[in-house]
Write a protein that binds this ligand. Structure first.
Ligand SMILES: [Fe+2]
Ligand SMILES: [Fe+2]
Length: 472
């Protein structure tokens, strides 16, 4: 059951050959996917890339590493192993057996949740498609492509669910997932952050740190779903997702490390002229990516999300590890709000209605770990500067603070003041131009660009100077 069947056109561990209709439907979607990959995927021509491919969903050794031509990557369908004892962990159906089919009354909501998740996967590939042209090393280039092919596989994961469980509507939605495009005026991606550009590698690392981490938390809630195939799909996606966040975390580690090195060497904060990214600029990029990622969690209060929880469609982060009654009908939570006297404050709401806030808080405390890690690098080097997460009210377009402006410290300010001061907090055109000016490709084995330190280790115990990518 767990071993992937690679003799099939579509590698899978869901016994696809037993359902000819489904197999044919997916096989007819496959060329559309390939067309999308060729036209919207990575633009840098390559011979082959040292990639990991999922071959098994087990705890140990699920990945196989090899040089493969990217267009021949074996995108497939992998669900975590089924637990036949599994029961619903929360909501009004708590303790009932999980569902192997979609209950009619939840069909529309489940489909919507899957489409929203599915839409983000190809979106990030589109956002990152030109980054290969400016990779700081072959190691980084390989990591970029690894993230790209896996986001492609995540799209497959969601498309499988749509095809297998949602009939004609599902197939139509699967087509739409390839028709919307990141940043497109006529048919943009569904969520705001997935229509932003990822024009440079600082943005890429911030994206994989902050936005892929949002993905981790969203997948975490869907992993709790009473709809078992969705739960098992997300469980396996989470394993792949952790590498994406590793790319972000260590990417920013290495940028901070290099910046600090040059600060010491030249005894200055202004390392721009020395070919690096000043800490103040790193902070601005961080402010941007963190705040747009917070928007992905939706409004502080949401009756939709309350209904999803009660119905068993979407749980909380680590639902099973929580010690409450998992129904939350009598609980409350403090959520961010603009108070009656117009201040940034909090208000008490029913716990069910505040579930977005609950998830966002889990996310925020996870984000803080990265900040601590990067500050450790500063501290070890004897630097007094520190990076930090801006206040939740800063630069928000969704939720309670969408209509106001606030400083990174959380002080309410007027629109005029925001206009005057935002250049100190968010990347300016000048900052972007500087970062872009550093983005020159380094494709020589074992070499690295001057604005980032090399990694401590290579991939899959290979050295840093391994030939991770063969360009064509
Ligand atoms: Fe993903
Ligand atoms: Fe990801």
């Amino acid at each position: 059951m767990t071993a992937a069947d690679y003799s099939e056109k579509i590698p899978n561990n869901v016994e696809l050959h037993e359902d000819r209709r489904l197999q044919r439907a997916l096989e007819s979607w496959q060329p559309n996917f390939m067309h999308w990959w060729q036209s919207m995927g990575p633009t840098l021509p390559t011979e082959d890339v040292y990639l990991r491919t999922a071959v098994n969903v087990g705890r140990e050794g699920w990945a196989h590493f090899d040089h493969v031509a990217m267009r021949e990557y074996r995108w497939g369908i992998f669900l975590a192993e089924r637990n036949r004892e599994r029961r619903i962990a929360f909501g009004q159906h708590k303790d009932e057996p999980v569902w192997q089919q979609v209950p009619g009354e939840y069909r529309a909501d489940l489909q919507r949740l899957i489409v929203i998740q599915g839409d983000t996967e190809p979106a990030s590939v589109e956002q990152q498609r030109n980054l290969g042209a400016t990779a700081p090393s072959l190691y980084d280039l390989r990591n970029l492509f690894q993230v790209n092919v896996e986001e492609g596989r995540h799209l497959w994961a969601m498309v499988y669910l749509l095809h297998a469980y949602f009939g004609r509507d599902g197939r139509e939605e699967a087509e739409q997932l390839l028709r919307r495009n990141s940043g497109s005026v006529e048919s943009p991606r569904i969520l705001g952050a997935f229509n932003e550009e990822t024009p440079d590698w600082l943005s890429f690392f911030m994206f994989t740190y902050f936005t892929d981490r949002d993905g981790k938390y969203q997948l975490g809630t869907l992993k709790e779903s009473a709809f078992d195939p969705l739960s098992r799909t997300c469980e396996f996606m989470l394993k792949e997702e952790s590498h994406h966040m590793f790319v972000g975390t260590t990417g920013i580690d290495r940028i901070v490390e290099r910046t600090v090195q040059l600060m010491v060497e030249h005894d200055t904060d202004d390392v721009g002229p020395h070919g690096a990214i000043p800490l103040t600029m790193i902070q601005k990029y961080l402010n941007f990516h963190y705040s747009v990622s917070l928007d992905l969690f939706g409004s502080e209060k949401s009756t939709n999300v309350a209904n999803y929880f009660t119905a068993g469609l979407k749980g909380r982060w680590s639902e099973e590890r929580r010690t409450d009654d998992h129904r939350l009908t009598n609980d409350s939570i403090l959520v961010d709000t603009i108070t009656a006297d117009g201040e940034i404050g909090r208000t008490e709401v029913a716990a069910l209605v505040g579930l977005n806030t609950d998830l966002r808080r889990e996310y925020i405390s996870d984000c803080q770990n990265g900040i601590n890690r990067w500050n450790k690098i500063l501290e070890t080097a004897g630097m007094p500067q520190r990076l930090r997460l801006p206040h939740v009210a800063f630069n928000r377009k969704v939720g309670a603070f969408a209509g106001i402006e606030a400083t990174p410290e959380g002080e309410l300010i007027s629109t005029e003041e925001w206009q005057l001061r935002k250049g100190a907090w968010l990347p300016t055109d000048l900052d972007k131009t500087h970062v872009l000016s550093l983005m020159r490709p380094v494709y020589e084995r074992g070499k690295i660009a001057g604005w980032i330190a090399p990694p401590r280790q290579g991939i899959n115990r290979k050295p840093f100077d391994y030939d991770y990518v063969h360009l064509s």
